[in-house]
Design a protein around this ligand. Structure first.
Ligand SMILES: [Zn+2]
Ligand SMILES: [Zn+2]
Length: 361
């Protein structure tokens, strides 16, 4: 769930970086740009009491939302521990943030991660990935455990195994003895092990070998695409990636879907998508409140759900909101047929003067 898809500075349509990853009942927040708590309030999830926040690095656009959110949790009287993960330097960051959020009603725990460090979870590992942002920075790879192969009921029955506890034993990988005395081994009734899902989030980065490695065969790669082609030099200078560079890496890694984010305020999205798709067609450029659904690999590919995270009541209310910079901009991004605006927000668009999209870059 994309809560913020802008790079460096917010725009009328895009908030600074924040991404909520939901897996079963878990909710993991990656980066916490300014205003993230309000983005969450506007979303269908609401401002839930997160247990964990993962920072990719400490630039202001990725962290400014954290002290405010932590303060809000305290004002609500939270008592559960909050764990914040990040690259080396996290303790130092909190040395400064502490002065902002002051006394809290709950404890927090800081965990510094270096590239290669792994958090072992129920059903997956979360791995810190080496990136290249010329500051203390990491990406994250969520890698699910392999799942046992499909259980072939017909084969088991044909081998004389009755349904019941023996089926369970076979599924757990144990040999069983059928009532007729035959030994049946799991590989006789189980298909090949099925891989889990793999999702990689880069945070801010140049194209990086560590990301390429982590992203091999990934279902989804969420990559920095701050700039387009004509600002390739600037991308290099500021340790970001262009859409094309991210697409080249996605192609080399063989990911199923490339998701571009952290757009500079002079881009609307469609032009970034076009440049990337010329290299890697399976590319999307989500807007705030878009969702990417990532089903188990055998159930199909990842899918972009536009506006999927908008709370229902908000959906109607967004008509017209934020369209000021859209249609009239120099790049005409808002009107691109590739990328229809969420919630029909072209309707009632004001005349387009207000939020000039071409910032100081
Ligand atoms: Zn950034
Ligand atoms: Zn940065």
């Amino acid at each position: 769930m994309f809560l913020g898809t802008a790079g460096s500075v917010p725009t009328a349509r895009r908030a600074p970086p924040a991404l909520l990853l939901r897996r079963g009942g878990e909710r993991l927040l990656f980066d916490c740009g300014e205003g993230t708590q309000r983005q969450m309030l506007r979303s269908s999830v609401g401002l839930v009491d997160l247990d964990e926040v993962f920072l990719t690095h400490f630039h202001a656009d990725h962290t400014l939302g954290l002290p405010g959110m932590m303060k809000t949790f305290a004002l609500r009287g939270r008592d559960a521990t909050l764990t914040v993960y990040g690259p080396p330097g996290l303790e130092e960051l909190f040395g400064s943030l502490r002065a902002i959020f002051g006394r809290l009603t709950y404890p927090y725990r800081l965990v510094e991660l270096r590239p290669g460090d792994e958090l072992s979870r129920d059903g997956y590992v979360l791995r810190a990935v080496r990136v290249d942002h010329r500051s203390s920075a990491i990406g994250y790879a969520l890698v699910e455990d392999q799942r046992p192969g499909r259980f072939d009921v017909e084969a088991a029955t044909a081998l004389g195994v009755p349904p019941g506890p023996l089926f369970g034993a076979l599924q757990r990988g144990e040999d069983v003895t059928a009532p007729d005395g035959r030994t049946v081994r799991p590989e006789q009734v189980l298909g090949a092990a099925r891989s889990g899902r793999r999702i990689v989030l880069t945070g801010d980065t140049r194209p990086a070998a560590g990301v390429l490695e982590a992203a091999r065969g990934a279902d989804v790669l969420v990559h920095d695409a701050t700039f387009g082609d004509e600002e390739a030099a600037r991308a290099e200078e500021t340790a970001h990636a262009t859409a094309r560079e991210a697409a080249e890496l996605a192609r080399a890694a063989g990911v199923r879907m490339l998701v571009l984010t952290h757009l500079s305020n002079r881009y609307f999205g469609p032009e970034i998508a076009r440049e990337a798709r010329a290299v890697f067609p399976e590319t999307v450029v989500p807007k705030d409140f878009d969702i990417i659904d990532v089903p188990l690999p055998e159930r199909g590919g990842p899918e972009l759900v536009k506006g999927g995270a908008l709370a229902r009541r908000e959906e109607a209310g967004t008509v017209g909101e934020g369209s000021g910079g859209g249609g009239g901009g120099p790049r005409g991004g808002g009107g691109d047929p590739d990328d229809p605006p969420v919630g029909g927000d072209r309707v009632g668009a004001p005349s387009g003067g207000g939020a000039a999209p071409d910032g100081p870059r």
